[in-house]
Design a protein around this ligand. Structure first.
Ligand SMILES: [Zn+2]
Length: 185
């Protein structure tokens, strides 16, 4: 036991396990994010507001039952550091962690209680090859784990990646593009 603890301490000395949010040292029991960062996530509270700014972006464009953002983003802030780790530092675990935190935030929010499946936005194959994973799917995996619903990573593809006859065209994020249902839910 003593030798195992010593080995872990030595490993931590040479390869420090740092928090992706504040870059402080993680202590035993902390994974990815320190307790300080977990307690101070810049949450929006949008899940309780049916007229939140994210929801308003869809008004008059596409019908959506609910939309929200988990956290506020600020330049140089915690969320920017977390997203940087997720997208450019090979840290899909940060996406899973944020998805889990977001799911806990959704508990008790009636607008999301009827969600039956999590489907992440597909990443262009070239980007996925470079990054090694789809960051939205990492987030979705954590979300689905806590909500205890299926996570269908490959349910949709867009016309840039899989050109073929469209089944439906109803998804808008930053720009309109066609989505295709590849499997039955
Ligand atoms: Zn931290």
């Amino acid at each position: 036991m003593f030798l195992k603890t010593l080995a872990i301490d030595l490993l931590d000395f040479f390869f420090p396990n740092l928090c992706a949010g504040c870059e402080g040292h993680l202590v035993r029991g902390e994974e990815g994010l320190c307790i300080g960062c977990l307690l101070t996530m810049p949450v929006t509270g949008f899940e309780k507001d049916p007229e939140n700014p994210v929801m308003k972006q869809f008004w008059g464009k596409v019908p959506v039952a609910a939309a929200m953002a988990y956290c506020h983003f600020s330049k140089g802030g915690k969320m920017q550091r977390l997203i940087h780790h997720l997208k450019y530092k090979n840290r899909p675990d940060i996406g899973v962690k944020m998805g889990q935190l977001c799911a806990h935030q959704l508990h008790g929010a009636t607008m999301y209680s009827s969600a039956q499946v999590v489907v992440p936005i597909p990443l262009h194959p070239n980007k996925q090859r470079l990054r090694g994973y789809n960051q939205a799917a990492s987030f979705g995996r954590g979300l689905a784990q806590v909500l205890r619903i299926p996570h269908l990573e490959n349910a949709f593809s867009d016309e840039r990646t899989h050109p073929r006859k469209p089944v439906r065209a109803d998804l808008s994020v930053h720009r309109m593009y066609r989505v295709y249902l590849k499997c039955r839910i």
